[in-house]
Design a binder for this molecule. Structure first.
Ligand SMILES: NC(=O)C1=CN([C@@H]2O[C@H](COP(=O)(O)OP(=O)(O)OC[C@H]3O[C@@H](n4cnc5c(N)ncnc54)[C@H](OP(=O)(O)O)[C@@H]3O)[C@@H](O)[C@H]2O)C=CC1
Ligand SMILES: CC(=O)N[C@@H](CCC(=O)OP(=O)(O)O)C(=O)O
Length: 352
């Protein structure tokens, strides 16, 4: 059995990791890390785990956990892992980090957009960006550190990736409009996430300055082998889970001056994603909906070509806590240990 420890097990992403790993046949959770519930029974913090998890919450001592665990998931605030990570820890265990600490390769970009100093930039080069469908061959039994992509970025990148890779869209015209359920903001109490602030309301935030912008630009830049500059505007919507992205871009014309057809674009998506278990490219005319992916590791993708404006509208939906966080982290763990990639992740979407 793989011994897994979770630092930040009492947060929303950590709790989803617990739920998924409970049904993983090759894994045993040896550490339920917390910051403010130390020594409290985990099932008192999360009642859904009553009579399922008997353990008490431990602290966030990464060095001690590294002695016991084959893999550590850090579902902690930005900067936590960067402040703790050492070579000694990485010699003992593998780490899948759900925060953004090792996602961006240029440390000055990280420090500018996150507004914090990076405490261990020496590990950034080694970290693999764990977007499994794109970087699968880099996530191996030799990998020690995985930077697990987040919810908005996973959805935004996977939705546009094939078309950017194939040069089918003008990336300078790419606009990503994204919406997230409130669990995306974490469990910590914040006034802007109170029921009366969120319910019956929808608002944009982080306009022209959200920290996910450079991460999406970097990854799509690798895909297109070019500099990518986007507008990314997230919105908070009154639902628990779910990310929906709507992406707009000018389609590049073909040599004969015409736009690619629906069938040509669909063939490209299918070529990239037909064999991907967790990416479902929907049939013509069907737009992704968050409710059809809730509780699952799926990303649903659809698109429409607007002949009138010459733009394509690409849409993607996922569950921010599953494919956008814990599910993807477990997918990465499966790759790190040479297991079946979908082990523990064959979760059927729940509805309603
Ligand atoms: N929510 C989401 O949809 C997604 C989240 N993520 C990322 O996952 C990480 C966790 O997010 P999320 O679960 O939403 O956040 P939460 O606020 O819900 O949980 C944070 C967790 O970290 C612990 N913690 C808080 N402060 C510290 C600290 N100073 N040192 C150590 N541990 C601490 C908390 O412990 P305690 O509960 O005991 O206070 C809790 O277990 C973040 O980096 C986030 O960006 C990534 C993708 C999606
Ligand atoms: C609704 C909400 O507040 N969402 C968070 C993003 C989710 C998250 O935790 O960020 P990562 O994907 O980088 O890990 C935000 O906008 O900062």
């Amino acid at each position: 059995m793989i011994k897994a420890g979770i630092i930040g097990a009492t947060g929303y992403a950590g709790a989803e990791l617990v739920r998924i790993l409970m049904n993983h046949r090759e894994t045993e959770i040896v550490w339920y890390g917390s910051h403010s519930h130390i020594d409290r029974k985990y099932a008192e913090v999360y009642g859904n785990m009553f009579r399922i998890v008997e353990n008490v919450c431990r602290d966030d001592n990464l060095s001690e956990l590294a002695q016991q665990a084959d893999v550590i998931f850090t579902a902690t605030p930005q900067g936590f892992l960067a402040g703790m990570l050492t070579e000694e820890i990485l010699e003992k265990t593998k780490i899948v980090d759900l925060s953004a600490d090792y996602r961006i390769k240029d440390v000055s970009v990280y420090e500018k957009w996150y507004g914090i100093e990076h405490k261990s930039p020496q590990f950034i080069g080694e970290a693999v960006y764990g977007l499994c469908e794109i970087n699968r061959e880099k996530i191996t039994e030799r990998t020690r550190l995985v930077a697990n992509p987040g919810c908005y970025t996973t959805c935004s990148i996977l939705t546009a990736y094939p078309l950017v890779r194939e040069g089918l869209i003008d990336t300078d015209t790419l606009i990503i409009d994204a919406k997230s359920g409130t669990s995306g903001a974490g469990r910590g109490a914040k006034v802007q996430n109170l029921f009366c602030e969120v319910n019956e309301n929808i608002k944009a935030y982080g306009v022209a300055g959200h920290r996910h912008t450079p991460e999406i630009e970097e990854q799509l830049g690798y895909a297109g082998n070019c500099n990518v500059t986007i507008n990314f505007t997230p919105h908070l919507v009154p639902m628990n889970r779910g990310i929906l992205v709507t992406e707009y871009a000018k389609l590049n014309k073909k040599a004969d001056g015409t736009l690619p057809s629906y069938e040509e674009i669909k063939a490209v998506y299918d070529r990239y994603y037909d064999t991907e278990k967790f990416i479902r490219v929907l049939d013509k005319g069907i737009c992704p909906e968050t409710r059809w992916v809730e509780g699952s590791n799926y990303v649903d993708i659809g698109f429409v070509i607007d002949e009138r404006t010459g733009r394509i509208i690409m849409m993607g939906a996922l569950d921010n806590l599953v494919k956008g966080a814990a599910g993807q982290a477990v997918q990465n763990m499966n790759l790190l240990f040479g297991l079946k990639e979908s082990e523990g992740l064959e979760l059927v979407p729940c509805f309603p």
